[in-house]
Design a protein around this ligand. Sequence first.
Ligand SMILES: [Cu+2]
Length: 147
Amino acid sequence: MMRRSLLLLGLVLLALRVQAEPVKEIVIEPVGDELKFKVTEFTVAPGETVRLIFKNTAKVMPHNVVVLNTDSPSVVNRVGTAAISAQDYVPNDPAILAYTKVAQPGETVEVTFKAPEKPGRYRYVCTFPGHYTLMQGVMVVSGKATS
Ligand SMILES: [Cu+2]
């Protein structure tokens, strides 16, 4: 009987621990129908679980959010140009850390991913054709690791 209660207590504690794992929620919208993200910079902790939600509040423009593992302009350019002919505008590129699918106007999409362990600046772009040169932001990884 005692052993059974201890087992149950253990399970409850385990469940609480799983629930307590922090998830950083970031909500991004475009600026009207401009090729701009409203949030152009956000900060997360190294290794943190990030839930990135993109609410496409635009009236006519489809958009997505593609997070890269670098801030390098040449990589941004490489991914942005390859996206034009890629399926769903997301090329198969090793620099892509996470991405949402394309959100049509009025649609909300999201992606959950683990932030890099390495502090630094990580560029995110919209890879819908013609958007990436203007539609960009930076995810800053900084501070103490969460795990
Ligand atoms: Cu866009």
